[in-house]
Design a protein around this ligand. Sequence first.
Ligand code: PMP
Length: 352
Amino acid sequence: MTVRLRPEIAAVPPYQQGRPAPQGGYKLSSNENPFPPLPAVVEAVQREAEHVNRYPRPGAPQLRAALAEELGVDAERVLIGDGSATLIQQLIHAVAGPGDEVVYAWRSFDAYPLFVRTGGATPVEVPVDAEHRHDLDAMAAAITERTRAVIVCSPNNPTGTIVTADELDAFIARVPADVLIMLDEAYIEFVREPTANGIELQRQHANLVVLRTFSKAHGLAGLRVGYAVGDPAVLRGADLCGVPLSQTSLASTAAIAALEHVGETFARIDVLADQRDALWQRLVDAGVPVPKPFGNFFWIPSRPGQEDAIHDILDANRIVAKVFTDGTRVSVGEPEADEHILAAAIAIQAIQ
Ligand code: PMP
């Protein structure tokens, strides 16, 4: 006899873990920020470390207030989580259970199907279009009376594309008011073109919640801190699906320090976005059909069945990237990694 898992849990495929970086190579598989944390952030964490015998304050009220001020919203419209992935899970579990459906683009962030399935609900995956963008028409058409949530990821992980403000407006108008719209903006700080303004939209639509994180642009991935912005009643439901006191005092202290020094962070983001755009141009010039990247990563499309060959190419070029059945996602990293990315992308394209 073995322990019986809930059937919906037993049926979930395992989450694909990243590989370690090769000796002397570059880890470009998790869309991390290659810059080390800001000195002010490290100092704040060191100061806070002296108090870790105490539990954190529930709900990280100081970070919540700081974010509310930064975003120009009431504090009750902000919920802090231990990473935005956790908040996405909490929101999905708050609205969708057995018999319910959650609609999202595919391919998109691979934790979405995990969270939908562990909550007992059914994923409805709507293929991205030929340009690797959300097909919002098809997503709207996929909504049924069983749909409890839709997820829009912009920039989309892993394809790097965005939805425009007009596209999102038209989509929202087609989503019933009792269906949650989750706008996952994990990479929004890297977008330099005008795009949908999630913070503005959540003011107008009580069913829209924006998700953001300190893991990417702010470079605090190891501390796990993210936030949701939206209707207080929806956030209360999500909060109930989380673990009390799970946001650590170190994480919220670091995030507050990061907000106080956001100018330095934006200067770094500019460097990374310049590097991204320059490398993208070289990739396109070399004939690699990478969609224009808006986050801190590139999408190199490929045919199914080539995963082993692509891993060999990445190993030979001393980079780790995330390989899927239909493409490879490579993060913008140290500038020295650019030549390795270019060589690997050209080699991948040569076997298409
Ligand atoms: N959303 C997207 C689209 C992501 O790519 C990620 C991280 N890979 C997350 C959310 C979660 O980030 P975190 O939990 O670190 O905030």
